[in-house]
Write a protein that binds this ligand. Structure first.
Ligand SMILES: NC(=O)C1=CN([C@@H]2O[C@H](COP(=O)(O)OP(=O)(O)OC[C@H]3O[C@@H](n4cnc5c(N)ncnc54)[C@H](O)[C@@H]3O)[C@@H](O)[C@H]2O)C=CC1
Ligand SMILES: O=C([O-])C1=[NH+]CCC1
Length: 318
């Protein structure tokens, strides 16, 4: 490889060299979420393009962003193919190009699956920190990649007494539960989503469900929900009653205007961005049911890619 060629960092390289560590990732994501909500040029993040391919049940997103504070300029191309699970491939596959912001030259090309997996869970951890009202019981609906990263990241931040897992295929919930138990966590698999979320303090939905898997009437007052999944339609995992009663925050209102149009058309109010609460311009109502409607932001990918690049250069003494 020529000396000035971009680095190529695979998911395996990122994993095995521990290039993305929660201790650095979570504060970086929190700063990025805060910056997005300031009226400043700290973050440039145009609305992403979301191209649906209905004949193949797939989606391709193009996500550029610049973070001045992190000196990070990047663009992620990411696909969501729910059918990949049957082919032994991740449902979410991505590639991130990291640029030198001063010249525009590509400094690294990275697989984007590891980045997407952990930065999404880190964003939920930040939202939970600012919106939660108790951390005894965590309930996760779904048992795929995001379910696993959310279990580990939220437990890392809050140390839950119990982690409950539900999946529409019970054996998959059992598998993730066993993996969590092997890592020393107190985890239980549930056959019923309703039982799984009963009296839970924090709930995560991370599936491709196209109709509600979580109902408002099942949830205790003050519970916090990180609504992460649902593919093309970001808001199909929670029922209308839940959206109507909850205090809802998202990551970026700019994307919400188009990607959550279905909710807005129902007259449902989104209070603002999690960054507004971090910045103190809005206040959380923790005694109410709160929802973090996660869409995913390009700036999260950019700061994650920069962390990985800097860490790689440090350990390889480049
Ligand atoms: N908000 C964000 O930033 C991000 C959101 N996502 C979304 O999170 C969700 C999960 O992604 P991954 O964990 O990577 O996928 P995955 O394929 O690893 O896991 C998907 C889970 O959903 C379950 N599932 C599939 N169809 C279902 C249905 N009809 N009803 C109930 N459960 C169903 C599967 O059994 C599996 O447990 C997807 O909707 C994805 O688009 C993914 C990455 C970032
Ligand atoms: O932000 C992201 O990377 C994604 N959101 C939904 C699928 C992938």
């Amino acid at each position: 490889m020529a000396d000035n060629a971009p680095l190529y960092l695979t998911d395996e390289c990122i994993r095995s060299n521990k290039l993305l560590q929660l201790a650095k990732l979570i504060p970086a994501i929190q700063n990025a979420m805060a910056s997005v909500s300031k009226n400043s040029d700290e973050v440039i993040q145009p609305p992403r393009t979301l191209m649906q391919i209905p004949s193949l049940s797939g989606v391709l997103l193009s996500m550029p962003a610049f973070s001045k504070n992190d000196d990070a300029l990047a663009c992620k191309l990411v696909t969501a193919y729910p059918g990949n699970a049957d082919k032994g491939l991740p449902s979410i596959l991505g590639t991130v190009l990291l640029f030198d912001p001063t010249t525009g030259k590509v400094s690294a090309i990275m697989d984007g699956t590891e980045i997407t997996t952990w930065r999404t869970a880190a964003a939920s951890a930040v939202a939970t920190k600012y919106l939660h009202n108790g951390t005894a019981v965590l309930a996760i609906l779904g048992s795929g990649t995001q379910a696993q990263s959310h279990a580990e990241t939220l437990d890392y931040c809050f140390g839950f007494q119990q982690i409950r897992i539900w999946n529409h295929r019970f054996e998959k919930a059992q598998k993730l539960t066993e993996e969590l138990i092997e890592k020393g966590k107190s985890a239980i698999a549930y056959q019923s989503a309703e039982e799984c979320v009963k009296n839970a303090d924090v709930i995560v939905t991370a599936t491709f469900a196209s109709s509600p898997i979580l109902r408002g009437k099942w949830i205790k007052p003050g519970a916090h929900i990180n609504a992460v999944g649902a593919g093309i339609n970001h808001h199909s995992e929670l029922d209308a009653e839940l959206y109507q009663t909850a205090h809802i925050y998202t990551d970026t209102m700019a994307s919400a205007k188009t990607e959550l149009k279905g909710l807005l058309d129902l007259g449902i109010t989104i209070q603002g961005e999690v960054g507004d609460i971090i910045n103190g311009t809005k206040s959380a109502e923790r005694e109410r049911i709160t929802v973090f409607q996660s869409l995913g932001m390009a700036v999260e990918d950019a700061v994650s890619a920069k962390l990985i690049y800097d860490e790689y250069k440090k350990i390889k003494k480049l």
